[in-house]
Write a protein that binds this ligand. Structure first.
Ligand SMILES: Nc1ncnc2c1ncn2[C@@H]1O[C@H](COP(=O)(O)OP(=O)(O)OP(=O)(O)O)[C@@H](O)[C@H]1O
Length: 875
């Protein structure tokens, strides 16, 4: 073998690993750190093995050189052919004796026969080396292949299968989720209305799915970690396995080669020894060769000794090799031990790996089951919810269909309405025109109807007024009521408390009076017993108040002796007012009722007549005397210059006016009670009305008169000023009687001027005026004579009136057209105006009671009695 061959041989392992850096880089890129460590360890072992191989090769090469040298020495010793000498010329030239050993031509074949064995050995050795090199290359390739196919073990395949399965499951899960989500999305889209009751369920399902997804991701991460661990462990096991295999293989190989080398060397040594022995034992064939040998035996011996020395050296080397072999065996044992440890470790790892794999499989199975279960549950839930959603959807569709129908109807309605709206302006114009025409017609009709109604209203108003007036007139323009005051508490306690008056339960116009054992009967228009209330009294007089509103003049007198209740009837007390206040209240209510058509003004004056002197109770100076004068406008009306006239608009105004009147009356006298008994108090209410619709104007005057006490002077025994007071009172009361009598008798002359009272009330007593005389009577026996006088006065006044009223009533029933007064005059002869009679009751009581039903005779008697009474009074 040449040096070139040697160098090529030595360079083989390097060439085999010439691409190691790139491969290492590749492995560094592709493998895990543990794998890299194993590969590096493997590479180191391979390098070590190659180094060892190289050293063996060097040893072998040295042995071959020694063998060649030995062989050439042997050839020279044997005296081989020229060619051989030639061949070994350079070697022999170096010999000290310079003896050249020539090999005969005929023996060259034998030399050549010995050479082929060595050459065969060398060739065989070369072949072995080549085989070793090839095996090394194969091993390297195998290592490369294994490196390239790293992960292709059963475990890796299993792992790959698991990974593929895992990937498949992931894909399946993903597709399942996507399909479920798509279904849910579709459901959500189809049911996307905000008021859908399943939107919340869909949201909760989505949250559930996302929760499961996160759990699945966590489990996938755990699976990936387990897979990584498994991969690491399997790669480590695989690397160790490979390392072990390589080590085992290398050891076996090196042992085998060592054994072979040993065998070959031993065989060669034996052959060499045998050859030497054979050559030594063989007899010299040729003489000169023997001689030469003999000549050169010393040299041969020397050479032999050298050879033996060399042989010894070789033996030593052999022992060294054996030692080396032993060391290698030791190493092999160690390797085997290591291998056993590694196998144990591998077994442990395999166990761990199986356990991990088992765990992994169990976990995978659990995960799979859980996943399937959850997917099934989610699917079932989603299915049920989808079913519900579908049902709802069906309901909604049904509703939609109904709504569509309704919408169609509405659309039609809308179109109709639109058409109507379009036509509306024309219709409106037309309707407005028609309505205008109709309204004009109606307005015309209404205005004509209004005119007619107004006319009728005027007529009706006049009619009502006439009727009312007629009613009052039929009742009597002068009506006479009697009111018996109750016995007071103090009077009841006295012995004189026995009442002498009694009433007819069937006729409220009859009053019985027991006087000196005689029962006198008085018939009036109305008799109020002591228990009659203010309201009941006012009920009977309120028709006169209404006449005042209609424009008639009214006078209401309270007549009677002192303490008989005149002031109580007219003024009343604070919590139970009399006629004055009630009349004003009635006026206000009536005026308010008529307010839309009528505008009324109510004014009040208060005067007092004392000793024939007229005083203004509402004036600033109530003590000033007032005159009654004829109005200068020529109307014939009387008026009182300087009389205060208050316009009242509410009951509060009335109260203020009354307070002022009372205050002024009190300041004008020292004893109000006595003064009030001897003076006439007049409340004059003027009611002026204007009807804006008809243009009618009315004015009525209501005179409410609380007369002075009517007791006789003879009884009271008055003198001086009292007498004058009594005379004045009698004068005015007689004048009042005369006036009333003249009015009833329709005398041409009515003596109004006989007293201030009648003169002041002239226009309220004449014409169509209405008068009410309220005769107040005390029920006490002590007042009986005065009561009889008062009642007789009332009886006489009324008897005249009664005859005329009954006549009127009679005539009305027969001939309504005949005037009432005419009939009176027909029934009774004209009566000369006489003063109002005030007579003693005792003289007329029985006569009245017996003749009260015959007006004509009683009137005649009354006339004479009145004359008698007047004379008495005058006296
Ligand atoms: N119907 C009645 N119910 C209750 N009390 C009454 C009634 N009539 C009169 N009286 C009482 O009798 C008393 C005398 O009455 P009143 O003062 O009204 O008499 P008069 O006639 O006005 O007297 P004079 O002429 O002195 O003014 C008073 O206390 C009054 O309260």
């Amino acid at each position: 073998m040449s040096d070139e061959d040697d160098s090529s041989f030595l360079s083989l392992p390097s060439a085999a690993f010439s691409q190691r850096p790139s491969l290492t880089a590749e492995l560094n890129e592709t493998n895990t750190p543990s794998q890299k460590l194993l590969i590096e360890t493997l590479q180191d072992k391979v390098c070590e093995f190659q180094a060892r191989l190289r050293s063996e090769e060097v040893t072998r090469h040295l042995l071959l050189q020694q063998l060649q040298q030995q062989h050439s020495v042997q050839r020279e010793t044997r005296g081989g052919g020229v060619g051989v000498v030639t061949l070994q010329e350079e070697q022999t030239s170096s010999r000290p004796n310079g003896v050249r050993v020539l090999q005969p031509a005929g023996e060259q074949s034998s030399d050549r026969l010995s050479c082929p064995g060595e050459e065969q050995l060398v060739t065989r050795l070369h072949t072995q080396v080549e085989e070793l090199e090839e095996k090394l290359l194969d091993q390297t390739r195998e290592v490369e292949r294994l490196r390239s196919e790293l992960g292709a073990t059963d475990l890796e395949k299993q792992l790959e299968l698991l990974l593929v399965e895992n990937e498949r499951l992931k894909q399946e899960l993903k597709s399942c989720r996507s399909s479920e989500l798509q279904k849910l999305d579709t459901a959500a889209e189809t049911c996307s209305c905000s008021h859908c009751p399943f939107s919340q369920d869909v949201e909760s399902l989505r949250r559930e799915v996302s929760r499961w997804e996160s759990q699945a991701r966590q489990r996938e991460r755990r699976l990936a970690e387990l897979e990584r661990e498994l991969l690491e462990k399997s790669s480590r096991v695989e690397t160790l396995q490979r390392q072990l295999d390589d080590s085992t293989r290398q050891l076996e190989e090196s042992r085998r080669r060592q054994e072979e080398t040993e065998q070959k060397l031993a065989l060669r040594l034996q052959e060499c020894e045998a050859e030497l022995a054979r050559q030594a034992a063989a007899p010299p064939k040729v003489k000169y060769v023997t001689q030469t040998v003999e000549v050169e035996s010393a040299d041969s011996h020397r050479v032999l000794a050298e050879m033996q020395t060399k042989n010894g050296a070789l033996q030593e080397q052999l022992s060294v090799q054996r030692q080396l072999l032993r060391e290698l065996e030791t190493q092999l044992h160690e390797s085997q031990r290591t291998c056993a440890q590694l196998r144990t470790q591998i077994l442990v790892y395999e166990g761990e790996m199986e356990r991990a794999q088992g765990q992994l499989e169990v976990e995978m199975q659990n995960l799979e089951e859980e996943k399937n279960r959850e997917i099934e549950e989610a699917f079932l839930r989603a299915e049920s919810e989808m079913k519900a959603v579908h049902e709802n959807l069906a309901g909604v569709r049904m509703k939609m269909l109904s709504l569509q129908r309704a919408l169609r109807t509405l659309t039609n309605d809308y179109k109709c309405l639109k058409r109507q709206v379009q036509d509306f302006p024309f219709m409106l114009d037309k309707a407005i025109t028609e309505a205008k025409q109709e309204i004009c017609l109606v307005i015309g009709e209404v205005s004509s109807t209004n005119q007619e109604l107004l006319r009728k209203y005027k007529r009706e108003m006049n009619l009502r007024k006439k009727c009312h007036n007629e009613l009052v007139r039929l009742k009597g323009n002068i009506r006479v009521f009697c009111r018996v005051r109750p016995v007071s508490q103090e009077e009841q306690d006295s012995t004189d408390a026995k009442t002498m008056l009694s009433f007819d339960s069937d006729d409220d116009a009859i009053l019985y009076l027991s006087n000196k054992g005689k029962i006198m009967t008085f018939e009036l228009d109305k008799v109020f017993p002591p228990q009659a209330t203010q309201e009941e009294v006012f009920q009977e007089v309120q028709a006169l108040i209404t006449s005042c509103i209609d424009g008639f003049n009214v006078c209401i007198f309270a007549y009677g002796q002192t303490g008989s209740g005149k002031t109580y009837t007219m003024e009343g007390v604070a919590d139970d007012p009399g006629i004055n206040q009630r009349a004003l209240r009635l006026l206000f209510s009536e005026v308010t009722e008529k307010a839309p058509d009528w505008d009324y003004k109510i004014s009040v004056s208060m005067v007092e007549i004392y000793n024939e002197t007229l005083r203004d109770l509402l004036g600033e100076n109530p003590t000033d005397k007032l005159d009654i004068k004829m109005n200068p406008d020529g109307s014939g009306q009387l008026y009182v210059p300087g009389l205060t006239n208050f316009t009242v608009q509410s009951p509060e105004d009335i109260n203020r006016v009354f307070e002022l009147g009372h205050m002024n009356r009190a300041t004008a006298c020292t004893n109000l009670n006595e003064h009030s008994s001897r003076s006439h108090a007049l409340l004059i209410i003027t009611v002026s009305g204007f009807n804006s619709a008809t243009g009618n104007r009315t004015q009525g005057k209501l005179n409410l008169v609380d007369l002075a006490g009517s007791e006789r002077i003879g009884k009271s025994g008055a003198e001086g000023s009292r007498l004058r007071e009594a005379q004045c009172i009698n004068k005015s009361l007689s004048a009042l009687g005369d006036v009333i009598n003249a009015l009833r008798s329709k005398h041409s002359h009515v003596p109004f001027r006989n007293s201030r009272l009648t003169y002041l009330l002239q226009d309220s007593l004449s014409g169509d005026s209405k008068t009410l005389m309220m005769v107040q009577v005390s029920p006490l026996p002590a007042n009986m004579s005065e009561s009889v006088c008062s009642l007789k006065f009332a009886q006489r006044v009324r008897s005249v009136e009664l005859s005329s009223s009954s006549s009127r009533r009679h005539e009305n029933s027969s001939t309504s057209s005949s005037p009432t007064h005419d009939s009176v005059e027909l029934d009774s002869p004209p009566v000369t105006p006489v003063p109002l009679p005030i007579s003693r009751a005792s003289s007329a009581g029985s006569t009245l009671s017996s003749t009260s039903r015959t007006p004509s005779s009683s009137r005649r008697r009354s006339q004479s009695q009145l004359s008698t009474g007047r004379l008495k009074l005058t006296a």
